[in-house]
Design a protein around this ligand. Structure first.
Ligand code: GTR
Length: 697
């Protein structure tokens, strides 16, 4: 057993230890026997299908699955922290740079297919907006909007339905895909009836593959709007069928066709399937949500049940803007470990739903042990964000215990950030939520469903980790003058670096004189391979207006940044012409929000940032009690407008990556006083700076 395996198994508790002890020979044997059993069941299933139709086959498969813990088999999980050469991550930054991309690529190549590129989302017609009073007198704003997800006229459109609390400030939002159309999620008669192709379900009012009026509120138990709105959360939903009609030949009508993916013939092993498409759709809906002033872009939580839970997990893995990820009974191909032979298996799922995964995935039917990845890796992709996994005890098809064990096994990824994962390796009794750290879990009594009691636990967890908190009160108007350049500092500004006459008012990361050069009145980043030769302002501030003029170079994509307090980075990057710009492009608050518009200039031209930074406020224990915000102008354009943020998200923050004793001192002082320095970042590119000043507010 490798050290990594030992380490993980000791965290996974007795069950995993028990299965691992079988060793390699035992493992091959059990897998082989299990596979023979499955083939036998398949033959019986096919016979049943001939005799009584497909649903009989499904029932026969489900009834015939292994539900005995003793027959689960032995397995050794791949190391969730491993990089391409097998070496495990040693720090959060090492994980982000080397190991996470590798692990994500394994999931792409073997399970879900290649990630799909972002596109420009546009609104079709006018969004519909109404103030409504829901059951129990709960006041809300209802919004309905039709989004063209891929910009092109022929692209499928998704109808998004939202209910938002009327709190007068931006609210956190739960976003999920639904199975039967928005009208099935709530009794509100004004909800648009979905136009999507849907699997027939007469008792829910889906006939001829279309929703009828009889489908209204058919799934309302799954979407407790009133309860969530009363707790201060907005809820947003869209029908999965708008993105990819859930049938084996659904590709041609799905967004994949619009994105230029092949729709028939031999597909490449890593060609994305329906889950990848649904996950991509969630991100495009997020593109629209983050632009709504009533929504707190930094607190959008992606939730999904069952197959939509698989999609929610993949969306959270591919798109780190989702602030929290929730899987409800996502089972096989979702939160449950593949290597356990319990309930639904790769063979079952790929036969019934060949269109969900990439073609490569079906080659692991009966050979889970050969997969270079497993589902604890999918869960680990959420780190360091909060993750919640929910199971139901009678939903054996989804392997509740396998979902729990995957959550345990994902924990090492959080540990790299100095954060506890699940905090226990004991499978809890039913209806007893656990989660001492940033992973939460419960196993509900009852069967496969998504119920209000599940949602209440998700909201408890979100309250705890994302905090429903007030922003710091807004300060007057902010309309900096950005031309002509260079700009002169206003009265009250503390100049950190002017036109080159005075030495820069910065120190190195160790508190010593800086080694960046001043050339012709400009300060040039002294690049290092470790990307941690940042400079640190001597001045400390809490809230401030920050001005910096800069010029990006072609090397290393022009990567640099203005790292405020060393926690929040206004990105500097060669993003000229990039459409749409992401939360990692210039103008973004890195990993929090993309710029409102792409305002970047090309390499070699002077550019200018003016940033109004309002620091978050913390209580004595260090918990954020008021969220911070940034408003920023880049080259004459408003790129951030009061974007709110909570705990730092970047794995590269200087207090983690390349940290020194000097910085440890600064961070602890900052935790105490709320006042911190400004960093200019070395990220391997010789960016030039001039006229850098702060005006404390
Ligand atoms: C089942 C499938 C499960 C789960 C479920 C659902 O038939 O076998 O993996 O995804 O459907 O989405 O309801």
């Amino acid at each position: 057993m490798s050290t990594a395996t030992e380490r993980r198994l000791s965290g996974a508790g007795s069950l995993a230890l028990e299965v691992a002890r079988g060793g390699r020979t035992g493992l091959a044997k059990v897998t082989d026997m299990a596979w023979r059993r499955r083939v036998f069941r398949l033959v019986v299933g096919l016979w049943a299908a001939g005799a009584c139709g497909v649903s009989c086959m499904v029932d026969s498969l489900a009834a015939d699955a292994n539900y005995e813990e003793a027959a689960v088999g032995t397995y050794t999980l791949p190391d969730v922290l491993a990089g391409p050469d097998g070496r495990p991550a040693t720090s959060a930054a090492d994980w982000a740079d080397r190991c996470r991309p590798h692990q994500l690529a394994l999931l792409e190549a073997n399970v879900y297919g290649r990630r799909l590129p972002p596109t420009l989302v546009s609104v079709v017609g006018d969004p519909e907006r109404a103030d409504v009073t829901l059951a129990g007198g709960v006041r809300a704003t209802r919004l309905q909007v039709r989004l063209k997800l891929a910009g092109k006229p022929e692209a499928p459109a998704a109808d998004v339905l939202l209910y938002l609390p009327q709190s007068g400030r931006p609210v956190p939002v739960f976003l999920n895909l639904n199975f039967k159309g928005n009208q099935a999620e709530h009794s509100d008669p004004a909800i648009w009836l979905t136009r999507a192709w849907l699997p027939n379900d007469e008792k829910s009012g889906i006939v001829g593959n279309r929703a009828t009026e009889a489908s209204r509120a058919a799934n309302a138990r799954r979407w407790p709007v009133e309860a969530m709105v009363a707790r201060g959360y907005g809820v947003a939903t869209a029908c999965y069928g708008d993105i990819f009609p859930d049938k084996p030949d659904g590709r041609a009508e799905s967004v994949l066709a619009t994105l230029g993916r092949p729709v028939d013939g031999d597909l490449a092993p890593d060609e994305p399937g329906a889950i990848a498409a649904w996950a991509w759709g969630l991100s495009r809906i997020l593109d629209w949500l983050v632009r709504q002033p009533e929504i707190d872009a930094t607190r959008v939580i992606v939730v999904g049940h069952s197959r939509n839970g698989k999609a929610a997990l993949w969306a959270g893995a591919c798109d780190e803007r989702f602030a929290m990820v929730v899987s409800n009974e996502s089972g096989c191909g979702g939160a449950a470990l593949e290597r356990r032979n319990y309930g639904e298996t790769t063979a079952d799922i790929t036969r019934r739903f060949p269109h969900w995964f990439c073609p490569k995935y079906s080659t692991f039917a009966g050979r889970a042990a050969e997969m270079p990845t497993d589902q604890h890796v999918l869960l680990a992709m959420a780190a360091p964000r909060p993750l919640y996994v929910a199971s139901a005890i009678e939903d054996r098809w989804a392997d509740p215990r396998g979902e729990f064990l995957a959550a345990v096994e994902a924990g090492p990824a959080w540990k790299l950030f100095g954060i506890e994962g699940l905090g226990t390796s004991e499978w809890p009794p039913v209806d007893t939520p656990v989660g001492g750290g940033r992973i939460g879990y419960h196993v509900r009594s009852g069967g496969h469903d998504l119920l209000e009691c599940d949602w209440q636990r998700f909201a408890d967890f979100a309250d705890r980790h994302l905090g429903v908190v007030e922003p710091v009160a807004a300060t007057g108007e902010f309309r900096p003058v950005q031309q002509p350049l260079p700009a002169a500092p206003p009265p009250g500004a503390i100049v950190l670096f002017g036109a080159g006459e005075e030495p820069p008012a910065f120190t190195s990361m160790a508190g010593s004189p800086i080694d960046w050069k001043v050339e012709n009145g400009t300060l040039v980043v002294n690049t290092t391979n470790g990307h941690a030769n940042h400079i640190v302002s001597r001045a400390r501030f809490q809230d401030a207006d920050i001005h910096a003029e800069f010029m990006v170079a072609a090397e290393a994509h022009g990567n640099s940044g203005i790292y405020i307090h060393g926690h929040y980075e206004m990105q500097i990057y060669d993003s000229f012409g990039v459409e749409p710009p992401t939360e990692q492009d210039e103008g973004s608050l890195y990993r929090f929000g993309p710029p409102l518009v792409n305002a970047s200039r090309p390499v070699g031209e002077w550019q200018v940032y003016d940033i109004r930074f309002i620091a978050p406020r913390r209580d004595a224990s260090g918990r954020i009690v008021k969220v911070g915000s940034v408003t920023a102008w880049l080259n004459g354009k408003l790129v951030q407008d009061g974007l709110m943020f909570t705990e730092p998200r970047s794995p590269y923050i200087p207090y983690r990556h390349g940290v020194t004793d000097y910085l440890r001192g600064i961070e602890s002082e900052m935790r105490r006083t709320g006042r911190g320095p400004l960093f200019l970042q070395d990220h391997g590119s010789p960016t030039r700076f001039r006229n850098v000043w702060i005006r404390p507010l």
